[in-house]
Design a protein around this ligand. Structure first.
Ligand code: 13P
Length: 252
């Protein structure tokens, strides 16, 4: 059975005190939930990662990083390596978020190299992809996503997908309040599964978790999660509130 996953991408939010308060609240509210087949992941900023790992020890909450450099070490001012993340107990990292692609010029090729670094370090990636509004309007969304997947994933081996979670995040739905309809999400997720199946085999396609991200809220989570190829969510704004994030986890 595919794992259900609810991951909170905190982006550039929450200082030290806010991080502590949010984790404290989440620990309390999650304790009461029957999580069964569901993973709960939070991705705070680099500064808060180490304390988040300590504060979530012995709880079901896992901690991920929002980004990572592909090199082992060296003169890359401002960057963080796989070894650094592993040394504080972080083994999951978000790769290819559209904000990284857009504001930090991360290309499909660079993301392929980052995925290689994640896998070479026995870490796990939450790999994000998605089309922009112009592409959706031109009905090129499947073409665009197909090309992002091909350029960043097609050099991998089927076994690598044990360490990869996919996340469809239509750029036009991120932080805009506009969500893909459950049908639009399902169409894309089914397409992605087909693309992965053709390249890596049905077993891989059937076992890889595909998350949806883009204005997921307590009010729309249940309907989106009810779609057969949607295995969970990558949550931005609503992951910053204990009540909202908890309600989204409950909806899965
Ligand atoms: P919002 O939920 O704020 O739209 O953000 C989605 C996202 O980018 C998660 O990575």
């Amino acid at each position: 059975m595919r794992k259900k996953i609810v991951a909170g991408n905190w982006k550039m939010n929450n200082d030290k005190a806010e991080t502590s308060a949010l984790i404290k609240g989440l620990k309390r509210s999650i304790k009461k939930l029957p999580l069964k087949n569901t993973r709960v992941i939070i991705a705070p900023s680099y500064l808060s990662l180490s304390s988040a790992v300590k504060k979530t020890k012995d709880t079901p909450i896992e901690v991920a990083a929002q980004n990572m450099h592909q090199a082992k070490s060296g003169a890359y001012t401002g960057e963080i390596s796989a070894d650094m993340l592993k040394s504080i107990g972080v083994k999951t990292v978000i790769i290819g978020h559209s904000e990284r692609r857009e504001y930090f010029c991360e290309t499909d090729e660079l993301l392929a190299a980052k995925l290689d670094a994640v896998l070479a370090n026995d870490m796990e990636a939450i790999f994000c992809f998605g089309e922009k509004l112009e592409e959706r309007k031109k009905e090129d969304h499947l073409l665009e996503v197909g090309s992002q997947l091909k350029n960043s994933l097609f050099h991998l081996k089927p076994a690598d997908f044990k360490s990869i979670i996919l996340a469809y995040e239509p750029v036009w739905a991120i932080g805009t309040g506009e969500t893909a309809s459950p049908e639009q999400a399902q169409e894309m997720h089914a397409f992605v599964r087909t693309v992965i199946g053709k390249k890596f085999g049905l077993e891989v396609a059937d076992s890889v978790s595909i998350l949806y991200g883009g204005s997921v809220k307590p009010a729309n989570a249940e309907e989106i999660f009810s779609k057969p190829d949607v295995d969970g969510g990558l949550i931005g704004g609503a992951a910053l509130q204990v009540e909202d994030f908890t309600a989204i986890i409950k909806a899965i």
